[in-house]
Ligand binder design. Structure first.
Ligand SMILES: C[S@@+](CC[C@H](N)C(=O)[O-])C[C@H]1O[C@@H](n2cnc3c(N)ncnc32)[C@H](O)[C@@H]1O
Length: 235
């Protein structure tokens, strides 16, 4: 009899043990974490479905972003969407603060080839790129780790290096999970309240960074999914 297939679990090395941006900025700078990352997040059928829904939302945003040829995938992590972008005909620069994640991204199928313009180790707070370097900055599964003030500084950096478009994944408040976690957290009966934005807070952050929101795409079922993919351009 063959051994049962290992399922992603709470003790996997790439499952963060703490919340907060400072911790998350350093957590992925580890070979063990980079090695385990795709298995933990995308190996089960349910997680693959979530992945497909996210990709569909990104494609909807890309379909509206006219004139895009070059994309900065930041942070690219292990390259979850890098190959998909090149297959759609875009030229991609992958970037991440973690060399370990970048190495992994470059090693997977679709992680190299003529449409990959290179990989750059960078901190999203101060990008080592000239202004107007690319047509679009795409940032997925990242901003929810970052505090609001730093998020605005990052959005300004994205707006500086992008000639026009930004596609940014945000997490919002309008879910049953948020209401429950927030209520129990405030009562001291559970983990700290999740950092999630209202529509008004989202608009204020983008306006503070000089960006105009063109579309907010819901990734999945209302009240259950907290994911928005936001298409914005320089105002
Ligand atoms: C949850 S992963 C998301 C990666 C990828 N976009 C995805 O959807 O799978 C978060 C990534 O952010 C990177 N990261 C954390 N802080 C960063 C920073 N200040 N600048 C650039 N990358 C950062 C981490 O190294 C990690 O690879």
């Amino acid at each position: 009899m063959s051994a049962p297939m290992k399922k992603p679990g709470k003790s996997d090395p790439s499952r963060p043990r703490e919340d907060g941006y400072g911790y998350k900025r350093d957590f992925y700078r580890s070979e063990q974490v980079a090695e385990d990352y795709d298995f933990h997040r995308f190996s089960s059928p349910e997680r693959q479905k979530r992945n497909a829904r996210k990709w569909a939302a990104i494609r909807r945003a890309l379909a509206q972003a006219t004139g895009v040829r070059t994309i900065l995938d930041l942070p690219c992590g292990t390259g979850r969407f890098t190959g998909g972008l090149t297959r759609e005909g875009f030229e991609v620069v992958g970037s991440d603060i973690s060399m370990e994640m970048l190495r992994k991204a470059a090693s997977i199928p679709g992680g190299s080839g003529p449409a990959i313009r290179g990989y750059v180790q960078a901190n999203a707070e101060a990008l080592p790129l000239r202004g107007d370097s690319l047509d679009c900055v795409m940032s997925i599964r990242f901003m929810m780790h970052v505090d609001p003030a730093t998020r605005v500084r990052m959005l300004r950096e994205f707006a500086r290096v992008s000639r026009r478009w930004m596609i940014i994944d945000y997490r919002h408040k309008y879910t049953i999970r948020y209401v429950l976690t927030n209520t129990f957290g405030k009562l001291g009966l559970g983990r700290a309240p999740l950092s999630r934005v209202s529509r008004k807070e989202l608009e204020a952050e983008f306006a503070a960074a000089g960006l105009a929101i063109r579309d907010v795409i819901r990734v999945s079922t209302p009240l259950f999914s907290d994911k928005w993919v936001v298409l914005a351009e320089r105002a």
